[in-house]
Design a protein around this ligand. Structure first.
Ligand code: AR6
Length: 180
């Protein structure tokens, strides 16, 4: 199942699936600051890309929450992996919403610098980092909307690839509510 809206000349697509299978210019990884791989989508991306991804990540060494760094994509069909770090949810009073927004904005900026036209995101922070999913869906879509309204001709497609029904349904509701 795939749903689509448009902002300017960019399609925003939400779909259920595995991000490592995406045929796009760049996929985004929900990493941790040490960039050494891990579980969840990070583990899946490192397994599918092969060892060169970890070597490049080790050379970069660190990424602050809300920031993003770019590597090649090894064996993946994408050209780049953009590694961003979302916030760990600690109740909501520690700037978590702003850090999540910045993770999306930083990733889109890095992608724009690399002249990426199509990009796929996972639902950053909604797994191990425990961010409430409905709130994450709202912040994610509003961050993408804000960026695309400022940069209307940069991307052909911004795709959100959601791993299970619960997350997909939250994003579907937020898409209908916030991207009319
Ligand atoms: N494709 C798309 N989405 C996926 C995939 C996949 N193959 N696998 C999982 N997800 P998480 P976080 C979804 O935990 O919360 C790692 O260990 C998953 O269902 O991967 O940002 C890192 O190293 C969830 O909706 O990332 C960090 O230490 C979403 O991806 C930490 O976890 C994010 O879940 C980051 O935690």
């Amino acid at each position: 199942m795939e749903l689509e809206k448009r902002i300017g000349s960019t399609k925003i697509i939400i779909k259920k699936g595995d991000i490592t299978k995406e045929k796009v210019d760049a996929i985004v990884n929900a990493a941790n600051s040490r960039l050494l791989g891990g579980g969840g989508v990070d583990g899946a991306i490192h397994r599918a890309a092969g060892p060169t991804l970890l070597e490049e990540c080790k050379r970069i060494g660190w990424c602050e929450p809300g920031d993003a760094v770019v590597t090649d994509a090894g064996n993946l069909s994408a050209k780049y992996v953009i590694h961003t770090v979302g916030p760990i949810w600690r109740g909501g009073a520690r700037g978590e919403e702003n850090t999540l927004k910045n993770a999306y904005i930083s990733s889109l900026k890095r992608a724009m610098e690399k002249k990426v036209r199509t990009i796929s995101f996972p639902a950053i922070s909604t797994g191990a980092y425990g961010f409430p999913i409905d709130l994450a869906a709202k912040i994610t879509l509003l961050a993408i909307k804000e960026f695309l309204e400022k940069n209307p001709h940069v991307f052909d497609e911004v795709r959100l690839v959601l791993f299970n029904d619960k997350v997909f349904n939250s994003f579907k509701e937020a898409l209908e509510r916030y991207l009319k």
